[in-house]
Write a protein that binds this ligand. Sequence first.
Ligand code: 2U9
Length: 362
Amino acid sequence: MEQLDQTLAAIAAADTPEAVEAIRVAALGKQGWVSALLKTLGQMSPEERQVQGPAIHAAREGVTAALADRKAALESAALEARLVAETVDLSLPAPEVPRGSIHPVSQVMEELAEIFADLGFAVASGPEIEDDWHNFTALNMPETHPARAMHDTFYFPDTDAKGRSMLLRTHTSPVQIRSMIAQGAPIRIIAPGRVYRSDSDATHTPMFHQIEGLVIDKGIHLGHLKWTLETFLKAFFERDDIVLRLRPSYFPFTEPSVEVDVGYTVINGKRVVGGGGDVENGGWMEVLGSGMVNRKVIEFGGLDPDEWQGFAFGTGVDRLAMLKYGMDDLRAFFDGDARWLSHYGFGALDVPTLSGGVGVRP
Ligand code: 2U9
């Protein structure tokens, strides 16, 4: 078969995968010569077919095998050529790696999540753009409540479809309201996140980070609150000599309300959390607000306050970070200064764990 010899010669001479493919199409493709020969079998006499049939099929198999061999040979030659051409110089210096660090706020949020997870708290989140019902009304701050004015709220110009004023949440409390409504009781959550107030000086930024906690169950009392906060502060500041002072206070969402001070000791002119209190080189600083959840707030959350009680607390994450890691200007937290970030930032592998200590420095 002349065509077979020509095709086999062409395959042997083909030096690219594209050339091999072109030969395959010319021989085995729909319009190819092998396919044309196969079609002639139908018109042949049985005797003729007995001779031609095996010959044509043998030609097809021969071409198919030659194509596969040539393709494999070309591929292995191409791989060989790449392996020779591509070299890695292991003596070269390592390439510049992207430099970055975990912001102290992120690190402290992780530490807090770790500590509270160990106490059985889940992390809840919610929208930063809120309506005034979830941010104020449900927290026992009706429209005329003076606390609304005190929050220096950023309002949006338009209301939502239900006619409610829209705003940037002034605290993370609406997250707990949404959780109560969505999941009912019992509840044990922390809500960390960004909050916004129109306020700006050395100790206030228009955006800051809060963490709030909420426990709702049967028979919850102030003793549970005190134990939880003491356990949390000991784990966070990694010292056992943490002393708390609970002072009566007022928040619309809690009744009674309690402000929590922690004892500090003055060491080299700096306040260090731990010890302290009413001793000569010490004092008290406020670190948390808290209280028993107001009955009205439990009702707004869709629960029966005669059946369910709870405690709640709130504090500033940025301030906790400053107290633990010794920064003195809150504004630097949000300047994005690379030198500040490399000094105070954490390595990506410094994952806080209770077993390894939640505050290991790089
Ligand atoms: C629900 C019920 C009660 C959360 C609470 C505080 C006290 C508090 C602020 C202190 C200064 C945070 O950093 S700060 O701005 N917070 O004092 N927050 S009790 O009470 C809640 C929250 C949600 C449903």
